[in-house]
Design a protein around this ligand. Structure first.
Ligand code: ZN
Ligand code: ZN
Length: 258
């Protein structure tokens, strides 16, 4: 499995893109930074977007991707996946004909640019060569993480989350868990803000990782707020795990068969 990090930050600034991962060239996990990173040929190869939640830093580029794909031949719609509630929010508040055109009926109802198709949390389904499953996590709005399986192994994306339980329980049931992608938005000194906004700090991450019964898979961190990088790095270093890594925009991660 190839994972391309299009954006891994919790803030948008020059040189910092918001959350978006491209898997095997055709499946997106969130769409915080797509149209400004991929060329048009790469954008056309995307079949589905798995959305963790409706916050703008995770959905922004569904809008620009849809607009780009509206021009030029494409024989099937881009499918936007998430829980029914998340899809309803995106449709009602972004693709509503006011903020942005409703590309689920454009250029025609018969051949739209995008379609919304709900996932049932806890049910596994195939998306091309990957198997995906949504599991609810704990943020300020309805949010799911994703378990993604390939023949090379399983990876888990936690979305935005504070302390949570069900996805760790699911992780403990996976026998070929290779990597976890999880947020660490704020430093320990902003614990109260982290609780209010449904995010993790290094201390909370350390507690979360104790819920994992596996010998640790690789742990990749993302969603740091812009002025918190240095402090978070120091606090993560103090945990002393060589398995915890900081992602960078543009990074490629390859999961090879063991
Ligand atoms: Zn969020
Ligand atoms: Zn976010």
């Amino acid at each position: 499995m190839d994972i391309r990090v299009l954006g891994c930050h919790g803030s948008q600034l020059p040189g910092l893109n918001t959350t978006s991962f491209l898997l095997n060239g055709h499946l997106l996990i969130d769409a915080g930074a797509v149209a400004n990173v991929l060329d048009i040929a790469e954008q056309r190869r995307i079949d589905q977007i798995l959305v963790t939640h409706a916050h703008l830093d995770h959905i922004r580029d569904i809008a620009f991707l849809a607009d780009n794909l509206c021009y030029g031949e494409r024989d099937k719609p881009l499918t936007v996946r998430s829980t029914p509630f998340v899809l309803e929010m995106i449709h009602a508040h972004v693709f509503n004909g006011v903020i942005w055109p409703d590309f689920s009926i454009l250029p025609s109802r018969e051949k739209p640019v995008i379609r919304f198709k709900a996932l049932v949390p806890g049910e596994t389904e195939w998306v091309g060569d990957l198997q995906v499953e949504a599991i609810k996590v704990d943020h300020t709005v309805e949010t799911v993480g994703y378990v993604v399986r390939s023949t090379e192994g399983t990876v888990i994306f936690f979305g935005d989350t504070g302390a949570t339980e069900p996805l760790w329980e699911r992780a403990n049931g996976v026998d070929d868990l290779r990597a976890i992608f999880i947020e660490t938005s704020l430093p320990d000194g902003m614990q109260e803000m982290a609780s209010q906004t449904g995010h993790l700090t290094p201390a909370l991450l350390k507690d979360e990782l104790k819920k994992l019964c596996h010998p640790h898979p690789e742990v990749y961190l993302y969603h740091m707020k812009w002025d918190c990088h240095d402090v978070i790095r120091e606090q993560i270093a103090a945990i002393g795990s060589h398995r915890i890594h900081f992602l960078t925009d543009g990074q490629f991660i390859r999961i090879d068969p063991r």
